[in-house]
Ligand binder design. Structure first.
Ligand code: 1CP
Length: 345
């Protein structure tokens, strides 16, 4: 059976525009919270394939999306490279020993050795392939090397990125060495996700906008493209989605290039502009402002406006970034059913 989500990514004709939501599993779903609390912590849940598969499937049944996104986190990659990840309650992710020097980087494992440690991710994917309805697609994912590097260098989330930017401008060689090592792990990690059964893969560059436009290609986009092109060469039938958040100014300047299928448009980028600049080349994903989910009326208006722009074009409905924990489940369901209503042919 064909999966409409995969077909839409590859520009094949579909009965309606498929929809999924970034961070669709998670704290807004009481069913997710119940499993997480039972497991004691978020990381325990990531490490338990059967439970991770269970929370991956929850939003399909509850809100009716067309694709499941693997339940995991981008930060398991540096964790398995040897960086000792923990999630501190109320504070988010933390790495005990952030990378400051080349010696710190050399202590981390790389390539196949690191990618092979993520067995619980591949196990989760294998279970999901058995459990998912045949018409639903499974999306595997990774963080972009730059976004991962921000956590590896800062040791946690940051508002200013001052430590990694100090490295960018005063020791760019070390930053490139970090990005190279992460890129080499990610290529194999994504390949292993595909071999385990992922139907689609997405590269999240959540912190793209932290880089000034003239440096973005050098420190992020070219590494993302390297990963995408490596995968497209080996697996031409597996769609690759790129999501660089907050770079609308660069689309304008034609920086977006590379062999991939879908460009994820964030909520700050006008969809009409993305269509004009990139719509011929890539299927566009997005891009409702996630906070519209607080109002059903505002959700409907936005979904209709996006459909008006993207009607007849290559498109996948999604939020323009992750869903927030206090969104009522009913409103998330409304978003999905409205996307399906407006795009039914
Ligand atoms: O249960 C909890 O309290 C943990 C919250 C949580 C969840 C549900 C974290 C911690 N990660 C996740 C799951 C997750 N993370 C998924 C699962 C699939 C789904 O969407 O349902 C995905 C795709 C991610 C990816 C991720 N993690 C990104 C990229 C996407 C984005 O939202 O921009 C980033 C930047 C992270 C880092 C991370 N993990 C968790 C938190 C709280 C953060 C962000 C911290 C920060 O703001 O710096």
């Amino acid at each position: 059976m064909s999966k409409i989500f995969v077909d839409a990514c590859l520009r094949k004709t579909t009965p309606y525009t498929p929809v999924w939501m970034m961070r669709q599993a998670g704290r807004y779903l009481p069913e997710y919270m119940a499993v997480r609390n039972e497991m004691g912590s978020f990381l325990n849940l990531c490490h338990a394939p059967e439970r991770a598969a269970e929370v991956t499937i929850q939003p399909l049944d509850i809100v009716g999306v067309d694709a499941a996104i693997l339940f995991s986190d981008i930060l398991v990659i540096p964790d398995e490279m040897g960086m000792d990840l923990s999630f501190v309650k109320g504070e988010g992710p933390k790495f005990a020993d952030p990378i400051k020097t080349e010696a710190d980087l050399d202590r981390l494992i790389g390539g196949e050795e690191a990618a092979s440690k993520l067995t619980y991710v591949y196990e989760t994917i294998k279970l999901l392939k058995e459990q998912l309805p045949e018409d639903k697609a499974l999306i595997g994912f990774t963080g972009a090397p730059w976004t991962l590097a921000t956590y590896m260098i800062e040791g946690q989330g940051t508002k200013t990125y001052n430590i990694c930017k100090k490295m960018m401008y005063s020791n760019p060689e070390l930053l490139h060495k970090i990005l190279r090592k992460v890129t080499d792990v990610v290529k194999i990690y994504m390949e292993k996700q595909i071999e385990a059964g992922a139907d689609v893969v997405q590269i999240f560059d959540s912190w793209a906008a932290a880089i000034e436009p003239s440096k973005y290609d050098e420190f992020s986009w070219k590494y993302m493209v390297e990963i995408a092109e490596y995968l497209k060469e080996k697996y031409p039938e597996i769609p690759v989605i790129m999501f660089p958040k907050g770079i609308s100014a660069f689309i304008e300047r034609g920086l977006v290039y590379g062999n991939f299928d879908v460009f994820g448009v964030d909520w700050g980028t006008p969809m009409a502009m993305a269509k004009e600049k990139l719509g011929d080349k890539y299927v566009l994903q997005g891009n409702m402002e996630p906070c519209r989910l607080y109002s059903k009326e505002e959700t409907t208006k936005c979904v209709e406006a996006i459909q008006e722009i993207m009607e007849g074009e290559g498109h996948i409905f999604n939020l323009g970034h992750g869903i927030l924990p206090d969104v009522p489940v009913e409103n998330a369901k409304h978003f999905v059913s409205e996307c399906q209503r407006v795009s039914k042919k």
